[in-house]
Unconditional design. Structure first.
Length: 331
């Protein structure tokens, strides 16, 4: 008896990411979402979940960048009404409010539940639109004081690389835009997908510490072989072992006190917090890519029990290991 034909399942609708550009736009921040969301990556997720559009504040007229070249795009602010995520890159002049049309489009998008992100000084656009009132937010450390003074209802965090407030996300300057975009991929597609995208971009999938480590200061001369970097690589390969500051310091041929000080200078965080983050990231990968029980995952990541893993995993990711596995193994 012939088998009945199986109806083809249509692919899910793509998640539309709209990057807003305007005269004076800085090309780097504009290009980050194009790189992260705009390239087809069927080897990671098929079909690729994102559709990227570049929308202009000034209609269909060419947009002149800060560097002098122009961008032509057929998409306008009207297209923001169909966007699931809207990105505001660095705003050219923080003293100049955005147009009423842009503010209205952002408020409409926020009201219907769209995710809105800003890079660097783009946070000022969100603040002018009132989307940051009563929320934590960040911006480039050079603009943090100005934002706090101009928008006292915004809780400005000067130290972090990015802030996730659910439907509204903000990042610090320039390269922190990459950190935020990879964070969003991690939320949408899982840690393994974000790691693969990061490897393709030749950037770390997650940077610990905040932007305080990048505030202008004399740059020390680094030796050709950095014992801290070597120790970080070694620690990632031995997460299943008991790693203490003394263990790491011994590997780096330093005293524990000197190692802890140098470690914070390099990473912006403590060895303990860095190890917790690396162990949770490893647990995310194992939960996505293996069927091993949570107890086994916990021991492979260096946690003493599944309960300890659940405690730190939930605190860092906002969900428990089993829910995370169901979500991203299904995806």
């Amino acid at each position: 008896m012939p088998r009945a034909a199986v109806a083809a399942v249509p692919p899910p609708p793509r998640h539309v990411v709209a990057t807003v550009v305007m005269d004076g736009i800085h090309p780097f921040e504009m290009s980050v979402p194009c790189e992260v969301f705009g390239l087809e990556r069927p080897e990671i997720v098929f079909p690729w979940r994102y559709e990227l559009i570049v929308t202009s504040v000034d209609g269909t007229d060419p947009v002149r960048t800060h560097n002098g070249f122009t961008i032509q795009t057929p998409y306008t602010l009207d297209d923001l009404d169909r966007a699931d995520t809207i990105v505001i890159p660095a705003w050219p002049n923080v003293n100049e409010p955005p147009t009423d049309a842009l503010v209205d489009a952002l408020r409409r998008a926020h009201a219907r539940g769209a995710r809105i992100m800003s890079f660097c000084s783009g946070a000022f656009v969100l603040a002018y639109a009132g989307l940051l009132d009563g929320r934590r937010a960040t911006t480039h450390w050079m603009y943090a004081d100005a934002m706090a003074q101009r928008f006292p209802s915004v809780m400005v965090d000067r130290n972090v690389l990015y802030v996730d407030e659910g439907s509204v996300l903000t990042s610090a300057g320039t390269a922190a835009a990459i950190d935020l975009c990879l964070h969003v991929v991690r939320l949408d597609l899982g840690a393994e997908a974000a790691n693969i995208v990061a490897r393709r971009m030749v950037v770390p999938p997650h940077r610990d510490g905040g932007q305080a480590q990048f505030v202008q200061a004399p740059v020390p001369c680094c030796p050709a072989e950095d014992p801290i970097a070597d120790t970080l690589d070694w620690a990632v390969e031995h997460l299943d072992q008991q790693l203490t500051v003394e263990t790491l310091a011994r590997h780096a041929s330093m005293s524990p006190r000197t190692f802890a000080r140098r470690f914070r200078d390099v990473t912006g965080t403590t060895p303990h917090q860095w190890l917790l983050r690396q162990r949770v990231l490893h647990a995310q990968r194992l939960l996505e890519t293996t069927d091993e029980p949570v107890e086994r995952v916990a021991h492979r990541c260096g946690f003493s029990s599944a309960a300890v893993l659940r405690e730190h995993f939930t605190r860092i990711t906002g969900t428990n290991p089993l829910t995370y596995r169901r979500t991203f193994r299904a995806a």
